[in-house]
Design a protein around this ligand. Structure first.
Ligand SMILES: [Ca+2]
Length: 232
């Protein structure tokens, strides 16, 4: 649905109520606020939660917009190169658990620290373990954040691809080498920000992250990933 400039939730709800077309509660999942927060959860609407907030229409939205409870959850699907049973834990909004991207036999914990020892190569020419989020809608990626419990586990160099069919992948961003032990922990770290050229690039419903290198560690986890984007 389209809304006017600087709408508040009451206007949106009024629009829905007065519109003869059926509306799904899931439409409300995509509402984010200018202060960075977002709502709604589980189809429940709390008018209080929208009080005094400005709806950020057309602004960046953090995906998934709901905490995933499985690899196929709420219209989202998570795929990963390993530890597949726990892949969704990178998208469950719980920083107390994680998807295990590797161990010291996958990414070196000796010298040189964090280089990839495996042979996984989902995209020809890009070795490294990977995780992919399939969204229910297409987005133009604007930012990628990863929460790790130690800087060792953050990707040192990563490649982020977009796809709409799981077959053809397009490189969206090459982080370059961010250096040994970059970032803060335990915390969300911004892998990159970018300004999409929406007139000339395609939005994607699949976002794939390949980690070419980390900084090291014995058991490396990615506790939470925020995929941030705009829809138009
Ligand atoms: Ca988690």
């Amino acid at each position: 649905m389209s809304v006017g400039s600087s709408p508040d939730l009451y206007n949106i709800l009024n629009t829905i109520l007065q519109d003869t077309a059926p509306h799904s509660m899931s439409e409300l999942y995509n509402i984010s606020f200018a202060d960075g927060s977002s709502s709604v959860s589980s189809g429940e609407i709390s008018l209080l939660s929208f009080k005094d907030k400005t709806i950020n229409t057309g602004g960046p939205i953090t995906y998934p917009t709901v905490a995933l409870t499985g690899n196929s959850s709420n219209g989202y699907t998570v795929n990963a190169s390993r530890d597949t049973a726990n892949a969704y834990k990178a998208f469950n909004d719980n920083t107390g658990d994680y998807w295990q991207i590797g161990t010291s036999t996958v990414y070196n914990n000796g010298s040189p620290r964090g280089i990839y020892l495996g042979s996984t190569e989902k995209i020809p020419g890009y070795l490294g373990e990977w995780i992919e989020l399939i969204l229910p809608n297409q987005i133009f990626l604007t930012e990628l954040q990863i929460y790790c419990s130690h800087s060792l586990f953050l990707p040192r160099r990563s490649y982020t691809f977009g796809s709409n069919d799981g077959i053809a992948y397009y490189l969206i961003h090459d982080s370059g080498d961010k250096g040994y032990l970059w970032g803060t922990y335990p915390d969300y770290n911004t892998i990159f920000t970018r300004t999409p050229d929406t007139a000339n690039e395609d939005p994607y419903s699949r976002i794939l992250i390949i980690a070419e290198s980390l900084s090291g560690g014995n058991v490396m986890g990615w506790n939470d990933i925020n995929i941030i984007g705009i829809t138009d």
